[in-house]
Design a protein around this ligand. Structure first.
Ligand SMILES: [Zn+2]
Length: 213
């Protein structure tokens, strides 16, 4: 069973998390989880730059430590970095102390202000503690680009069908993802449909200034 929208009870469990930006404008918000990975993230940055699209990268702390040069490329390209945990912990399987330690460790190399829980889930107690520190960002559309069996063609069809004003879209810049096969086509299609792409308004203050040259 695949769930392209968040499960109905997520909004009840995490009422202060952001799932979709409230707007009537045709604007979409791209987010990329689980990177950075050189062979994926660098080509992605190129595509985003060619199409003048800014995004939020929810980086894995371990990968951030291993790839400082990609982290600075993300920042200097004017994107925003969020915290996605150090070792991609599943909150439901971890006690709150261990979970918070993992997120805290990742905050040193990712973000101290913006968080997306790995697997989109955490215990209510973890949520309550984290929401006091972080803006928690969930999603409106998850097209299963991380699932090789699903395939890029179907992922693209899902995101084209479900996109709506204010959609936050979660994709992945990790090794398993089909994202690079669909991202440019999706951006071009959306722009033809009258959409633009932006950074989630509440996170704009975390965007790095773009180089002046
Ligand atoms: Zn993840």
């Amino acid at each position: 069973m695949r769930f392209f929208r968040p499960l109905w009870f997520s909004r009840l469990l995490y009422p202060d998390a952001l799932f979709r930006v409230k707007t009537k404008e045709k604007v979409l918000y791209l987010t990329f989880d689980d990177g950075p990975v050189a062979e994926i993230t660098f080509p992605l940055l190129r595509i985003l730059s060619d199409n003048m699209v800014k995004a939020v990268f929810f980086c894995n702390g371990e990968a951030a430590v291993a790839n400082p040069q990609i982290m600075s490329a993300i920042k200097t390209s004017g994107h925003v970095i969020g915290n996605h945990g150090f070792s991609h912990p599943d909150g439901v399987l971890k006690n709150t102390k261990e979970y918070l330690e993992d997120i805290n460790k990742a905050s040193e190399v990712t973000s101290k202000k913006i968080f997306r829980p790995p697997f989109g889930r955490m215990k209510r107690s973890q949520y309550l503690m984290l929401k006091a520190i972080y803006k928690i960002i969930m999603w409106d559309i998850m097209p299963y680009d991380f699932d090789p069996e699903f395939g890029a063609v179907r992922s693209l069809a899902v995101v084209k069908k479900l996109m709506r004003p204010g959609s936050i879209i979660v994709l992945h810049d990790n090794n398993k993802s089909n994202m690079l096969e669909l991202i440019e086509e999706f951006i071009i299609y959306s722009k033809k449909e009258g959409y633009r792409f932006d950074i989630i308004p509440e996170l704009l203050s975390h965007k790095s200034p773009e180089p002046s040259t």
